[in-house]
Structures are given as structure tokens and as C-alpha cells.
Design a protein around this ligand. Structure first.
Ligand code: 5GP
Ligand code: 5GP
Length: 226
């Protein structure tokens, strides 16, 4: 091959590495689950969805593509707007498992739209909109967090529990170490707010977290009632 041929080949390889790489490339997902009792027990408070008070269970916050260095992509495709007609078969399950608690009260579409546009559009190389929501729902079912915690004697009863005890219980259930995030109630007690579970790039299998989020939890935290 002549010099020109090499040049063209190198140019193609360079493009392959940097230019044609999909914008929505990422290393893993966080499945983020929120405890409604903690979302609501803050000075800002919360609003129940129009369908009424959600069950006392963890709800989905989102399925978030992430880089193993700790940063993450967001809002990757402004051309892929949220389209509720694509998830009409999932709406009843979303209302139950991905309820919105922000104010003012609404059905939930705003929350789902926000999560799709901010995070979901960054995983379009592996799943479409229907699969994004379907995968999140399946993963939430598979994690079965509340059952796992209550089986270990950890109940949403306003009691204080060891961070280590909570982490170990979940690890016993799903096989991998979760990230635990706290927020503060109006009395400034730290409480269990969100649980992060890592998922492979196919969006179906739990994995060990390449990087854990900074959780802001002290060694003893409250598991608030809801
Ligand atoms: P906060 O500052 O409340 O922790 O996060 C605000 C928003 O930033 C989250 O709702 C989420 O959309 C995004 N975010 C925060 N931390 C992470 C993270 O570790 N990974 C990803 N992918 N998004 C995050
Ligand atoms: P993120 O923090 O993922 O960027 O997005 C959270 C956004 O979704 C905020 O704008 C928040 O107002 C809205 N949102 C609606 N319902 C909920 C909910 O139940 N929990 C959380 N964390 N955010 C919600």
C-alpha cells in the first residue's frame, strides 16, 4: 500500500475511534430506586400522584447510563422526544412502580418524560423507549428491595439502622454491593433516600458497581415510615 493508502486507512481508523462512536456510549447503568417516605419527609414535602398515595414500596427514580469514571452523559438526543403512545401498555405498571411525588400532583408522564429525555436518550444504542421503561420495571421487580430488607429485620418504621446492615442485606439479596444515598428530614436526621444498583449495558443483569455514588449517609440512618 502506498503512502496515500496508509493515510486514508489511518484516517478511517481514527474516525472509527472518535467520530463515528455513538454519542450515547456509556459503561453501565445505575438503577436508582427512591424511598417515598424519605422523598416526602423533607422541608419541601411532596405531592401524591393523581391516582392517590403510592404503595409503601421503593419506586423507580430512573435507569441512568453512567461512565465508570463517575461522570455521565445526559440529554443525548433532542430528536427523540418522549412519546407516550410507545409505552401505553406499561402505564399501569409505571403508575404503580414509578410513581411521581413532585408537586403539583400529576399522573407521572412528566417524570417519565424527564427521565427518558435526560437519561434514556443516552442509552438508545442498546434500547428503544419501550425497552427503556420495560427494562427498568423488570429490574425493579428483580431487585425486590423492600422484601429483602424486611426479611433482614429492616423495616420502614422510623427506626435507625446501621448503614452496613442495610448494605449487607441488599448484597445478600441481589449478590452485589449497592450504593445508599441519604437525605435529611426536617429534624435534620439522615434517612434512607435512594438505593443505586448497577446494571450491565444491556440493561438486564446486575453487576458489581464500577463506581459507587457519593451517598452522604452517616453510619446510622433512619428508615422513615410512609
Ligand atoms: P442530585 O444532585 O440531586 O444528586 O442529582 C440531580 C440529578 O443529576 C439526578 O436526578 C440525576 O438526573 C443526575 N445525577 C446525579 N448523580 C448522578 C449519577 O451518579 N449518575 C447519573 N447518570 N446521573 C446522576
Ligand atoms: P433528576 O433529578 O433525575 O434530574 O430529575 C428529577 C426531576 O424529576 C426533577 O425535576 C423532579 O421535579 C422531577 N420528579 C418528578 N417526580 C419525581 C419523584 O418522584 N422523585 C424525584 N426524585 N424527582 C421527581
Amino acid at each position: 500500500m502506498g503512502a496515500k493508502g496508509w493515510f486514508v486507512l489511518k484516517l478511517l481508523m481514527f474516525q472509527g475511534l472518535f467520530v463515528s462512536r455513538p454519542q450515547e456510549d456509556f459503561d453501565f447503568f445505575y438503577l436508582v430506586l427512591q424511598w417515598p417516605g424519605a422523598y416526602c419527609d423533607t422541608t419541601r414535602a411532596c405531592c401524591y400522584p393523581t391516582s392517590g398515595k403510592p404503595a409503601a414500596d421503593f419506586g423507580i427514580h430512573g435507569l441512568w447510563p453512567n461512565y465508570k469514571g463517575g461522570s455521565w452523559p445526559s440529554n443525548c438526543d433532542p430528536d427523540s422526544q418522549f412519546d407516550r403512545s410507545q409505552i401505553s401498555d406499561l402505564v399501569s405498571s409505571l403508575k404503580k412502580n414509578w410513581p411521581t411525588l413532585s408537586c403539583p400532583s400529576n399522573e407521572g408522564f412528566k417524570f417519565w418524560e424527564h427521565e427518558w429525555e435526560k437519561h434514556g436518550t443516552c442509552s438508545e444504542s442498546v434500547m428503544d423507549q419501550h425497552e427503556y421503561f420495560e427494562n427498568a420495571l423488570k429490574l425493579k421487580g428483580k431487585a425486590n428491595l423492600l422484601q429483602t430488607l424486611t426479611n433482614s429485620g429492616i423495616n420502614p418504621d422510623d427506626g435507625f439502622y446501621d448503614l452496613k446492615e442495610i448494605t449487607n442485606a441488599i448484597e445478600g439479596g441481589i449478590g452485589f454491593t449497592p450504593g445508599i444515598e441519604c437525605n435529611k428530614d426536617p429534624e435534620r436526621n439522615y434517612q434512607l433516600h435512594q438505593i443505586y444498583i448497577c446494571v450491565d449495558t444491556s440493561g438486564t443483569e446486575f453487576i458489581e458497581c464500577p463506581v459507587l455514588p457519593r451517598g452522604r449517609c452517616p453510619s446510622k440512618l433512619q428508615f422513615s415510615k410512609f
